[in-house]
Design a protein around this ligand. Sequence first.
Ligand SMILES: Cc1ncc(COP(=O)(O)O)c(C=O)c1O
Length: 458
Amino acid sequence: MAMQMSVSISSSSSAFLNQSSLTFRSERVGVPPKASGACKCVATEPAEKTAFTTKVSRNANMGKLQAGYLFPEIARKRNAHMLKYPDAKVISLGIGDTTEPIPEVITSAMANRSYALSTLEGYSGYGAEQGEKALRTAIAATFYADLGIEEDDVFVSDGAKCDISRLQVLFGSDVSMACQDPSYPAYVDSSVIMGQTGQFSSDVGKYQNIEYMRCSPENGFFPDLSSVARTDVIFFCSPNNPTGASASRDQLKQLVQFAKDNGSILVYDSAYAKYITDDSPKSIFEIPGAHEVAIETTSFSKYAGFTGVRLGWTVIPKQLLFSDGFPVAKDFNRIVCTCFNGASNISQAGGLACLSPEGLKAMGDVIGFYKENTNIIVDTFNSLGFKVYGGKNAPYVWVHFPGRSSWDVFAEILEKTHVVTTPGSGFGPGGEGFVRVSAFGHRENIIEACRRFKELYN
Ligand SMILES: Cc1ncc(COP(=O)(O)O)c(C=O)c1O
């Protein structure tokens, strides 16, 4: 896999080098030493050839996956760059990991819960697989007050990405799926792993059997539903990672109606809903009728810096039924009980603290900080004459480099500025020509990265 990736990057990079007036010193742009080392290993090491093999065939669906999962690939390229330039101050605005400390009102609750585990009275082992009642109640009250969602509709988890995979296990391999193009890669990759798709068609950059719903500046980043084929499941993320676009109430009404007309299930990822500043809905359950067609999955990761702590939740209303009338939530409960033993009790204490009045204020402050970062990045690219999207309701800025390969732009920015971004095409063919710049960073790093962008593109 490392070989596939490095080959495709190096060839597209050299195409770029031919066109570009910029002077690239390195003929190895985008070809990490580590990746080429891996290629060599696979291709030539005799030990590999004589290695013992089991009689177990590889899961054919795994074999369909292209290269590695996007973000570890980016991390590998960043590490290779750091090896190449050991003295460079590399700034990561790529993977989208949070950087600011978790407010103390939240960490102290986790510390207390942790210390309590050392006492007879405070010790607890396995908890409810669906999450602690107090947290489920607080989530329902905080995010879904008056939206007809009850505490037992909420399944607490170790994060939205894990829930996306558990939802795929719930649906099984016989469903068809649609997702936005571009979109967060976990939907497509988990669908491939589950066997819902055909092979990857490299000419179009798509897997067979997935309905890619193109979201571009031309359609305001909302798909033209009249040209979208029916699928069983529709993954939809708003505010969207990577484009930063959020769907309006009117658009979500159309989406819910589309799901209803087709008898589809909508999996709505609202991991960035708290970044919304305009009147875009923060939950799909604000839309009448959504309870009969939608699941919502979301996370504390980008709200409270819980990317390492791990805590999220999924809402499945009782009204959501399979074609035979069986409640989807009941099957999901079975999956959760079989494949998961509940979120860490320490994380859940943190989650509960997040939802206290002080916790909510502290989370709001951190989100406000990242939103200021976003404004700095947006202003920078605007001032350089780029077309910039997103940023308003999401911590991601989607910068257009028309006619250019996004992997080449990623390599150019890394090579020339030591700033890691994310190539748009890593999120699907619709991301080609764009680069995602994340606003998760210390302020001085954001300012320095923007200074370097200005130096490169002025
Ligand atoms: C749209 C979206 N959904 C889900 C996740 C994963 O969240 P978690 O950290 O809760 O697994 C991310 C993380 O970047 C994301 O961007």
